[in-house]
Design a binder for this molecule. Sequence first.
Ligand code: SF4
Ligand code: SF4
Length: 205
Amino acid sequence: MSLEQFSKRDVAPGYILYQGEVEPKTGWEFFKRAFSRTIKGELFVGLWIVLREMLIRGNSHTISYPQEKVAMTPRYRAIHKLLRLQESGSDRCIGCGLCEKICVANCIRIETKLDKNSRKEVSQYTINFGRCIFCGYCAEVCPELAIVHSGDYENASEQRAHFSLKEDILTPLDEFKANKQQEFSGFGALSNDADSFVKKTPLAY
Ligand code: SF4
Ligand code: SF4
């Protein structure tokens, strides 16, 4: 095969050799090319759909944050809360240390001391939110349902490591007295049908 035949590209009938776009030469041709590349029919279809949903159907999903907030799903694991006992208002946390031990990020620190009745008291409970990965293990392991994840997801901080002290996450006493402590039905909290899972202690022996 000669070189001339080899470089012949229209090898089969029906093939069209694409010559490429003709480069514009005048300013008007440049403008026409830019206009045709920028303005497409689909643009107006998209605009029409947005206007129809916002103005005619009233389906806007935009909210005015921070005045309005989206509702978090119950299993969302946000900033922790320490709850009080409903009956007495005392701390539910008994300082067992399970949450501190299971924490995969090693970011919980608990300090305990004996109170005047020689009972163990949690004097300090801190979580380093710069390290916490919000895995939820602490809330799952807590035998007293003391530490739970709330739906409070605003944890921006000026510092990279944001420490949360016991008083930051424990239900404030005045809020508790005003009956405002909510049993958050989220991660680590009791579910509404929790009573149905309680089994009676067998009395056979
Ligand atoms: S959510 Fe996970 S990482 Fe965060 S404090 Fe609890 S156990 Fe530790
Ligand atoms: S597991 Fe619960 S009761 Fe035990 S120290 Fe942690 S928060 Fe307190």
